[in-house]
Ligand binder design. Structure first.
Ligand code: HEM
Length: 581
């Protein structure tokens, strides 16, 4: 174990066990307790049966063939041909100036570029808990889609055991349980994508380009139907995209930009405790797992849209389409193709570069992510979660997620003695440093709350937590004016060696739902869940709520603790130390 820097000696003695961490991922050491484990082909649950989604391929192929045959037959019917003549495809007037302006072409490329990273990072996030549910409690067997085998019943199966690895060309960075880095990619590129989207929205409406996308007449529906029959019969409608889109294009683009993208943003945000807990009944109806499932279906829509859109670029006229969207000209020559090839080359190079770069420069990715999105993400802490649930919401199952339980002889002796010898040390920048026994803590005011636990890996669970409100402890020890953070030291060590710890800003400690919990569901906390004492801080993700609490130290800064990132997972797994989303 590395020696602690000299400055650490002024901290709580436990700080000496915090270890520094490297700036890159060492592949042979990365999550050594969970070697690579492949996902399986997704299986979907219909009733009690699990169906391999690959069945969708022959079914879709057969459906497509039938659709083409039916559409071609339909076109033999005079009434249908009359309908197509009446509604040839285009529903409304075109913008005054036809063509695709430079800003639109640039934004189209940026959207395409960002989207690939968002989707790859999204898949990597999903790989950390490869199951999707409609119920908040995530009880194994109740998922509707899984990318992993059923949870084994013969041994304890932690959420980390459940994570799967991905090929580096698919996920970013592909490694098992690399969600910390995938989230930086996902959130930072989401931010750029959203800025691009907002700029697009503004430019659409300051010009008259919005007329391409926004249907203004009900006639868009018969025109869309007519276009669909024409495409399906393989007798395509005459293309007019230089000036305006046909009904089917208009509805699809409208749905994708004005509905799917905002829903995707909203469902992303609702997966975070700060938003979900703040929104009362809405946060309960669209709970984390519902939001997560809708977010995944949104992802499927974007994959489908991009695939069909890409195929149509080729089959409806590659020359014309690339001229329009990449060169901005209506021409009989291949003017746009070179631009298109360069654009695709940029995307392919960036695609191949992303995972190796992330592995080699993991700390840089973390710092860049924090720079781009950390402040905005931290702002959500101000959302002050208030949402409490009821007894009937309590989950039948709560995923375990720690491999290394505290196993020192001292801990075992305390456990055997019912924690009668337990002491919680509180010091640092406080007026009254104190040590509390377990009996002292239990004699303090007791608070109970039923709340959702949001694990960074994607699962959630509801439990009733009881213990001492942290604000009561703050009043007893009286932090000085210099104290800006509290460091929570655990009795356990992390997977990478070194003591587990987390740093919280003072605001979290004064929140009315921040507890030092010693009971879960009206029973003494079990070892797996942090006995004898753990933190509950409801506006943060679960890993920030330190279990097996040994000491709390108030500090002005945390740069000299561990690798200086503000917590064990931030140091070793490149998470962020403010995690309200
Ligand atoms: C601003 C827009 C977006 C926001 C704020 C957002 C936010 C999030 C959040 C918070 C998560 C869960 C992270 C976790 O559990 O640790 C997530 C996961 C995911 N996102 Fe997004 N996202 C956005 C856009 C998108 C888009 C456009 C796509 C795809 C087209 C996408 C695909 C995914 C996927 C596949 C997952 C994994 C699902 C899961 O396991 O939770 N996201 N996103």
């Amino acid at each position: 174990m590395a020696t602690a820097p000299a400055s650490v000696r002024t901290h709580d003695p436990l700080a000496a066990d915090l270890t520094p961490a490297g700036a890159r991922i060492q592949l042979d050491e990365w999550n050594r307790y969970i070697p690579p484990r492949r996902p399986i082909v997704p299986h979907i649950r219909i009733g009690h049966r699990w169906i391999n989604v690959l069945w969708a391929v022959p079914i879709a192929a057969a459906a497509l063939i039938i659709l083409i045959a039916v559409a071609q037959e339909l076109r033999q019917i005079p009434a249908i041909e009359d309908f197509i003549r009446r509604y040839p495809g285009v529903a409304q007037a075109q913008p005054a100036v036809p063509g695709f302006p430079g800003w639109m072409r640039l934004q189209h490329f940026l959207n395409m570029f960002f989207m690939y990273f968002i989707m790859r990072a999204g898949i990597q996030i999903l790989a950390d808990h490869p199951r999707l549910y409609w119920n908040r409690d995530c009880t194994p067997g109740t998922e509707w889609l899984r990318f992993s085998h059923p949870v084994p019943a013969y041994r304890m199966w932690t959420a980390k055991d459940d994570a799967v690895s991905l090929p580096g060309w698919l996920g970013i960075p592909g490694l098992r349980h690399s969600i910390g880095l995938a989230r930086w990619w996902h959130f930072s590129v989401n931010f750029l994508w959203t800025v691009n989207g907002v700029a697009f929205f503004v430019l659409l409406f300051v010009t008259d380009q919005w007329m391409r996308l926004v249907p203004l007449t009900w006639e868009v529906f018969p025109n869309a139907l007519s276009t669909a029959i024409q495409y399906a019969s393989l007798n395509f409608p005459p293309p007019e995209p230089w000036s305006r889109f046909n009904g089917l294009q208009q509805l699809t683009y409208f749905f994708t930009f004005f509905i799917a993208a905002p829903v995707q943003i909203a469902m992303g945000l609702l997966q975070g405790p700060a938003f979900s807990n703040k929104l009362g009944w809405l946060g309960r109806v669209l709970n984390r797992q519902v939001a997560r499932s809708i977010h995944f279906l949104g992802f499927c829509w974007f994959v489908f849209f991009i695939a069909v859109h890409g195929v149509f670029v080729f089959i409806t006229g590659l020359r014309q389409n690339t001229n329009h969207m990449f060169a901005g000209v209506e021409s009989a020559h291949w003017v746009g193709l070179p631009y298109f090839i360069v654009a695709m080359a940029i995307i392919i190079v960036a695609w191949l570069w992303a995972s190796p770069f992330t592995i080699k420069h993991a700390r840089l990715v973390q710092k860049t992510g924090r720079f781009v999105i950390g402040g905005l993400k931290g702002l959500a802490e101000r959302w002050d979660p208030t949402s409490e649930l009821t007894e009937k919401d309590i989950s039948p199952h709560h995923w375990p997620n720690q491999h290394l339980l505290p196993d020192s002889p001292e801990y075992k002796a305390m456990l055997a003695g019912g924690f009668a010898d337990y002491r919680l040390r509180i010091g640092g920048l406080v007026e009254h440093p104190q040590e509390f026994s377990f009996a002292d803590l239990k004699a303090m005011p007791k608070q109970s709350q039923i709340t959702t636990h949001f694990c960074i890996q994607g699962w959630s669970g509801v439990a009733k937590w009881s213990g001492v409100p942290m604000r009561h402890i703050v009043e007893l020890v009286r932090p000085t004016k210099q104290a800006r953070y509290a460091v929570f030291y655990s009795m356990a060590f992390g997977d990478d060696g070194g003591r587990y710890y987390e740093v919280h800003p003072m605001k979290n400690l004064r929140h009315k739902l921040t507890l030092l919990a010693y009971e879960m569901n009206d029973e003494p906390l079990r070892v797996m869940h942090g006995a004898p004492l753990r933190l509950r801080c409801e506006n943060e993700l679960g890993f920030r709520m330190v279990k097996w609490l040994a000491a709390i130290e108030f500090v002005h800064d945390y740069a000299d603790l561990g690798a200086g990132q503000g917590g064990y997972n931030d140091d070793h797994e490149f998470y962020g130390h403010r995690m309200p989303i």
